[in-house]
Design a protein around this ligand. Structure first.
Ligand SMILES: O=C(O)CCC(=O)C(=O)O
Length: 281
């Protein structure tokens, strides 16, 4: 079932560069090494201020009008979420979904050649943007923004190979006061014991085998324009927002050209966007 905001499956983008700061070949090599060792990298100030400004402007306008398709906090019912759509705060949006179809600013950012070159390096091949997962602006509102338990993004994703990269752009400061993302370095490669996940595939923190994992938690403080690239199998979580301002982050996910969503699954529903292979250096 395609959203009215979705773009046709297999569409090729013609976006102009968003002028992100390009790492050189040696830096890309080091980023690739760190990514595979830790499961994530952070590129500070990777998205230029004017890109953040344009994305934020469109996001705030669409958030204010709750332009569909959106996901409401009350729909998920995570800890801290309003009990129902009729409860106080029931209209709190958690995600502006299908961001790629919403506005050119999202298309330009998600297909920015500098960004996709980093993703291609991490995947080892030309990337494709999935329109089925993430492809959204994540919001974390004061009061009604919920807490997200430890999970792997791939928990409900169905691809031939689980190797995907999530790209998270901070549109403002993200810290312990407003629901910073926390990660467990190296957890993308950890095999879990039976019973370590609950029915919704969140990590059961009280499980004995979870203790070593939880001993390595690292909060990833971000500033506006910082971009976090993480292996979609990396365990991460986030708290609530105790500040007075909404936290906004754009999130997209990519898979390699030799990978594919499994036919008939939700991962295949919305199509994908082919992106160019990285230029030879
Ligand atoms: O900001 C949060 O609550 C985390 C969101 C997240 O990790 C997710 O929805 O996959």
């Amino acid at each position: 079932m395609n959203s009215p905001l979705a773009v046709p499956p297999g569409a090729v983008t013609t976006a102009a560069p968003a002028s992100a700061i390009a790492p050189n070949a040696a830096e890309l090599n080091e980023l690739n090494r760190a990514f595979h060792a830790d499961g994530y990298i952070v590129l500070r100030g990777f998205a230029p201020p004017q890109v953040c400004d344009r994305i934020e402007q469109v996001t705030r306008a669409q958030l204010a009008a709750a332009v569909p398709p959106v996901e409401y906090e009350a729909e998920l019912g995570y800890p801290g979420a309003p009990a129902s759509r009729d409860a106080a705060g029931g209209g709190t949006v958690r995600r502006l979904r299908q961001a790629y179809g919403r506005d050119e600013v999202f298309r330009q950012w998600a297909s920015d050649p500098t960004l996709t070159e980093v993703v291609a390096t991490l995947l080892g091949e030309a990337p494709r943007l999935t329109l089925a997962h993430h492809n959204c602006v994540m919001t974390k509102h004061p009061h009604y923004g919920s807490q997200t338990g430890w999970h792997r993004d791939t928990r409900y994703w169905s691809f031939a190979s689980p190797e995907l990269v999530t790209v998270w752009l901070a549109l403002g400061r993200e810290d312990e006061t407003n629901g910073v993302l926390r990660v467990i370095p190296g957890s993308h490669r950890v095999a879990l014991e039976p019973g370590q996940l609950d029915a919704a595939e969140f990590l059961i923190e009280s499980h004995p085998a979870s203790q070593a994992l939880l001993g390595g938690v690292r909060p990833l403080g971000l500033e506006r324009g910082d971009v976090l690239f993480f292996d979609s199998r990396l365990f991460h979580s986030a708290g609530q927002n105790a500040s007075a301002a909404v936290k906004l982050s754009a999130a997209f996910a990519y898979f390699g050209a030799s990978n594919h969503p499994l036919p008939g699954t939700r991962s295949a529903e919305f199509g994908s966007v082919e992106l160019p292979a990285p230029a030879a250096r």
